[in-house]
Design a protein around this ligand. Sequence first.
Ligand SMILES: Nc1ncnc2c1ncn2[C@@H]1O[C@H](COP(=O)(O)OP(=O)(O)OP(=O)(O)O)[C@@H](O)[C@H]1O
Ligand SMILES: [Mg+2]
Length: 418
Amino acid sequence: MESKYLMQSKYLKYKNKYLNLRKKIKYLVGGNILLRVENSRRIIERLERIELTKCINSFKIEDKIGSELIEIERILGSGVNGEALSIILKGPEPITVAVKTIPISKNDYDNFTRYRDGIDVISPLAEIKALEICTQYVFNQKSPHFNITYKHLLCNNCKYVDEKVQNLSFNDVFLETYKEKLNEIKKANAIKEGNSIKRGYKIKDIQQFNNIDEHIIDQYCIYIFNEKADGDMSNLINDTLSFNNLKIYLFQIFSALNLCYIEDEMSHHDLHSKNILYVNDEYNDVDHDLYNIVIETDDKSNRETIPVKLPLNGKMLRIWDFGKVNVQNRIHIIKSSYFRENKRERFSKDVEKFLGNGEGGLLDNQYINSNREFREFIEAIRQKYIENGYYNLMKYLIEKINEINVTCVTERNKYNFL
Ligand SMILES: Nc1ncnc2c1ncn2[C@@H]1O[C@H](COP(=O)(O)OP(=O)(O)OP(=O)(O)O)[C@@H](O)[C@H]1O
Ligand SMILES: [Mg+2]
């Protein structure tokens, strides 16, 4: 065993090295779209050059991958479906990126490339495809409110940094026990709804599998390299939130959802505050961004373009986590039934979930719910959607943004739907 002193000195050595490295890192400027795109291209090139002979979470602090060194900085979030890490790509210009790790079964791992071009796909593939669409929205300056994705990778030797997540993975002993348990359940015909056996699967799902082994999630996973944010929206909803900032946040999110709706009929289906990331938005000498918002009625009979000056409030929100996405005629997650519903209903799930009082919904938040002005505003937005979809919702939000009394003089970015 190492002595306490030795451990401490190792820790200090590591800490100092880490702090020096941090100083060298250039941060992405949250709202400077051109800089963001430029940085992303650089990062994509760098990731392409990395010869990934090893899986990411098997690299230790000093591990070498091709000519680059990668260092795990910290865990950004974790749960039954994997973890999100922040990692540093070292080199003359160190840079931090985020990586989301999603476990998959051997079967899905083996068939991943074959599935790539299909419409009916597994959730991680749907997520990757949706993220590619969103990345193009940012690159084409249609909206800044999506997290750029750089690259995805398959790994057959995943280990999770978060021990809790790692311990959830199947080993042979667990598998045998589990098979026995499944047989018992089958015999007794007793299905316990919601009883989670392992990552992502419930007993009732597993019972449908003919060959259990094919679906066992063991050491296989997908990495999605993406822009690192400063936190998620749940961190922003507290007693420092002003009414104007709430309006600005909601405009940012709904302008992005409206874009997904009009351009690709893409719905998110898991929109809550933890699936919306934010970055601290640094800017000098400018006070607004210009958005040209296109709104359209469900039947497409009415289409308008409205310019909006959005005051900058120091935070830039980005929609994230597309694990339940649906894109009309292009991306359907196997077994999901969202695409069968009518258009208004399908998109209302995003509005209802995000604004509603279910877990992570805005009205679920104590602070928001106890403020009458906030509550009424959110209710009004929901009502506008019920009346005439995103067309009325956006009109209302734009009206509210225009009421914010600031002298918008200097413009920074222009976002154009078309
Ligand atoms: N790029 C990022 N930058 C900063 N924080 C992040 C990033 N990605 C994820 N996080 C943090 O980690 C949390 C979990 O990430 P994410 O939503 O991608 O996975 P998940 O919810 O566990 O997975 P899923 O819902 O697909 O099962 C987020 O709520 C956020 O707080
Ligand atoms: Mg999430």
